[in-house]
Design a protein around this ligand. Sequence first.
Ligand code: NHR
Ligand code: GAR
Length: 210
Amino acid sequence: MNKLPLVALISGRGSNLKAIIDAQNPLVEIRAVISNRPQAKGLLYAQQAGISTEIIDHTQFSKRIEFDTTLKTRIDYYQPKLIVLAGFMRILTPEFINHYQGRLLNIHPSLLPAFKGLHTHKRVLESGAKEHGTSVHFVTEDLDAGPIIIQARVPVLPDDNEEKLAARVLQQEHRIYSQAIHWFAQSRLQLQGQNVLLDGKPLNSWRKLI
Ligand code: NHR
Ligand code: GAR
């Protein structure tokens, strides 16, 4: 069987990476994990699993494009068919994004298009919203606005704080990221312009929400 070669980009804790590793999907081969932060805990999960790791410290680059060019060179060394952002915290330049058109995924901690950007849990709590969640999307130039593949929702509870809410969302992240990767590895998932196709058919909103 042909395994899907994958490279994961991380910046920190790496719980999404761990969930992908622990899923042990026989269709997926994680070729490398690259972090922009030397101290990222997620690197340890990769090392424990015998996966190659690299650090490309963004603070060592004066321009975004230089960081992105180096990152691209290192990613391409592993010849991945899929690149996943797993808690990766650097905005990527259009040149980088275009190079990986249709094979770059991100998991974002909100029900997109609501709450793009950073600090989503805090902002959701402040907004008084009754529900929250997470989305996996294809990455495009527009920040957190690429076509959505799959979402999961969670309730916001009366005694929630940022930590409790984040933990509830995170459980769902681990589930839906593995699902999206599995679909991609089965060659069932495709980006066509602004549409996501599953089995050749556009995904409509109720099929995205699980
Ligand atoms: N790049 C592009 N072009 N498009 C997207 O949709 C991207 C992206 C890079 C990362 C993840 C995203 C998220 O899920 C992501 C999506 C970082 C920032 C950010 O502001 C925003 C969104 C996301 C990731 N980063 C700061 C920056 O200046 C740095 C913050 C830090 O280092 O802690 O790059 O939310
Ligand atoms: C996750 O909640 C992920 O959705 C979010 O950061 C966390 C990373 O956790 N991503 C972003 O906010 C991207 N800007 P992890 O390192 O344990 O996977």
